[in-house]
Design a protein around this ligand. Structure first.
Ligand code: PLP
Ligand code: COI
Length: 358
């Protein structure tokens, strides 16, 4: 297990400042008093794990990640329950996904127990930053990057793993209302043999121009199709997708080139428990358009750690659109409620998903 030393921040945020942040946390703009860092070299493995004051890094301009994007990350949340206890949701799933991402990016493995211990330790030190308001939570961002100063193209021989934390309110401003989606037919997110299944910065970098295109067309988010045929729905820039049929079936795109969401698999289990058969398979864009037009598809929604569960309405593409729902669907909202009730300790954790930190 990682041996973590803690050097407390000598000037932590004042109670008054913290209260102001927690009153309106937004997403990803405020950071806690501390950060966790540990480094890896081939000779020493993971070493020098430390929690120190949050602050800027000093990097050599030749640091490999800045040039070749050898980087991976995770996204998870800590939730405060009504009794004051603090929990994370399926953290070993994030840890194992990071191990899979590290294999794809030729980065060293951080054992799952070390990952969870690192995250728990930072949450414990910054406990006062875990919100207690509504559905606000502490967003946790573990990440690993090539920190060797070397311009040759090969796996870095010095790697840094860090965890930072940021209080989070709703990811989408303006409450729970259906997102409008722009279907990009020009850009794809991942190809066969590519990095689509890994949580790596490059996938998000490549999504930005498509997201800009979505915004330019007045849509909220972009939806990607497979790169081979430009026909099968993959996912949004940061969320997995579901389609509910009038007969109760739910279809969600199969994995391979998409990110295997931890919320995704939880939603599959919750939906099955409610009696909805779930098909994980290829789902074509024609099926979506036709299903909305005929009324066979009754709800479309997306999910992810940051966005939780979000209804989807209008789908637009170059030369056309289908309307979809203007209000959140019943099952969408029921699944969302069940998920957050488990996360916030208001419902029995029958799946054993919650991990107590404090
Ligand atoms: N797909 C992408 C591209 C994502 O960035 C995310 C967010 O993490 C997801 C799906 C959903 O994954 P998870 O439910 O593990 O947050
Ligand atoms: C998450 O949901 O944790 C994500 O990583 C999505 C986005 C913020 C990148």
């Amino acid at each position: 297990m990682l041996d973590i030393t803690t050097t407390p921040n000598p000037s932590p945020r004042s109670d008054a400042d913290l209260a102001a942040v927690l009153a309106a946390p937004g997403f990803g703009t405020h950071f806690t008093d501390h950060m966790l860092t540990t480094e890896w070299t081939p000779g020493d493995g993971w070493h020098d794990a430390r929690i120190t004051a949050y602050g800027p890094l000093s990097l050599d301009p030749a640091t490999a990640v800045l040039h070749y994007a050898q980087e991976i990350f995770e996204g998870m949340k800590a939730y405060r329950h009504a009794d004051g206890s603090v929990w994370t949701f399926r953290p070993f799933e994030n840890a194992e996904r990071m191990v899979r991402s590290s294999a794809r990016l030729a980065l060293p493995q951080l054992p799952a127990e070390d990952f969870v211990h690192a995250v728990d330790s930072l949450v414990a030190v910054d406990e006062r930053w875990v919100p207690s308001l509504g559905e606000d939570s502490l967003y946790l961002r573990p990440f690993m990057f090539a920190s060797e100063a070397f311009l040759g193209v090969r796996p870095s021989q010095h790697v840094t793993f860090m965890v930072i934390a940021s209080p989070a309110g709703a990811y989408f401003k303006g409450g729970i209302k259906p997102l409008s989606l722009w279907l990009t037919e020009e850009y794809t997110r991942a190809g066969r043999g590519g990095m689509g299944a890994a949580k790596t910065g490059g996938n998000y970098a490549s999504s930005l121009v498509a997201q800009q295109e979505a915004i330019a067309h007045g849509c909220d988010q972009v939806v990607f199709l497979d790169s081979a045929e430009g026909r099968y729905v993959e996912e949004l820039g940061g969320m997995n997708m579901y389609f509910l049929y009038a007969d109760g079936r739910i279809v969600t795109p199969e994995t391979g080139t998409i990110l295997e969401g931890i919320t995704r698999s939880a939603i599959i289990e919750l939906a099955q428990k409610l009696g909805h058969p779930v098909e994980e398979r290829k789902f074509s864009i024609e099926e979506w358009r036709e299903g909305i037009r005929s009324g066979e598809i009754t709800e479309v929604f997306a999910c992810g750690t940051a966005a939780v569960v979000t209804p989807v309405g209008r789908l637009e593409w170059d030369g056309g659109s289908v309307e979809g729902r203007s209000e959140p669907g019943e099952l969408t909202m029921a699944l969302r409620q069940q998920l957050v009730d488990i996360q916030f300790g208001r419902a029995d954790d029958t799946f054993g998903w919650m991990h107590r930190v404090l």
